[in-house]
Design a protein around this ligand. Sequence first.
Ligand code: URA
Length: 433
Amino acid sequence: MFVLDLILKKRNGMKLNREEVEYFVRGYTNGDIEDYQAAAFLMAVYFQGMDAEETLYLTEAMLNSGDIVDLSEIPGIKTDKHSTGGVGDKTTLIVAPVVASCGVPVAKMSGRGLGHTGGTIDKLESIPGFQTSLTREQLIRNVKDIGLAIAGQTGNLAPADKKIYALRDVTGTVENISLIAASIMSKKLASGSDAIVLDVKVGSGAFMKSMDEAEKLAKMMVEISRGAGKKAVAVLTGMDSPLGMNIGNALEIAEAVDILKGQGPKDLREISIELAANMLMLGGKGTLESCRELAAKSIADGTAFNKLIEMVKRQGGDPSVLEDTGKLPEAPVKVEYIAERTGYIVQMNAEKFGMVSATLGAGRKTIADKIDPSAGIVLLKKYGDTVEKGEPIAILHTSRKETIPDALGILKGSVLIGEKPPSEVPIILGTIK
Ligand code: URA
């Protein structure tokens, strides 16, 4: 077999068989296929697409390129969640302790920030002492003992995805439904849980900009999960505006704590309860409606917050910063972003806010960049709010004063102020089972 034949076949819109997809994944992962040919192949896939069968072959080839974590020694239905990536999306920090405190074990492997989107591991590392790298044995022991662990990927999960994703990132081939579905599902299936809730983000701050594309992606991922014998549900959620009021690592920890203490913004609470309820339902705790009540109760009676404290202690972190979030790393520089006119906020471009947060130090441009845990944005206004000319819309936080001019430059035009109130948009847009 020659890789050029595969490039031509896909470029001409033909379907690849299992052996051909496996040949590409194996060859690129072990270095036999060069970047330039892999890039051409991915671009052909980007334009011609893959059908459900080809996407399954790709997922399985990437899944089988590395370790598959065996969680079978943990009793119960282990549940996992995955977000396709958003801005201000700190739901894992809320949902995982809620679900674990209701008796469904969560062994969660999370990632770092990517582009304009944040990552749970970077957020948790703003808790002094918190260990995100656990061995497989530590992860299993923690879940057996307290029902919850959140760690960076243990072992060598889906190395083919790592390599292919890095190439997609620099060749304009990220936003393809089959490539995204196979990338996410190869990692999820490798991490060993029995049931998966997928939070598929839709809107300006998401990879999927339209509902139609997001639905296709959600259906494809649910089908792949089922095909692999895992229970799965996808919840479609809005990502036109940032989620919640805080963006940035320590700032997002503080907001997650607010929700777990029964406070915090409505949109974040609503999504968190919905995702947790779906995980609890897949974990066998009852109907979706009764699971929503269970999740809300675990927040109201403090058991979910106590579970987060237990996890932080167990993974070496200082729990006092959760009891008093004023002790989390705080930025020395705070600059207001001011409204240029009076009216209603009719648009708040989530992607731009994500880029600003990364520019202030909350994200990385290269893998070697160091994160500033205190950097980010606190929104004072949200979509639909009224604002007066000269009033602050947001406060930028950073330890790196020199980033402020760039950050304000990106923000220009990212908030539209209109004369009439915009229509209300629901945050939960649908569910695919
Ligand atoms: N997240 C992933 O892990 N992979 C993609 O392709 C897109 C988002």
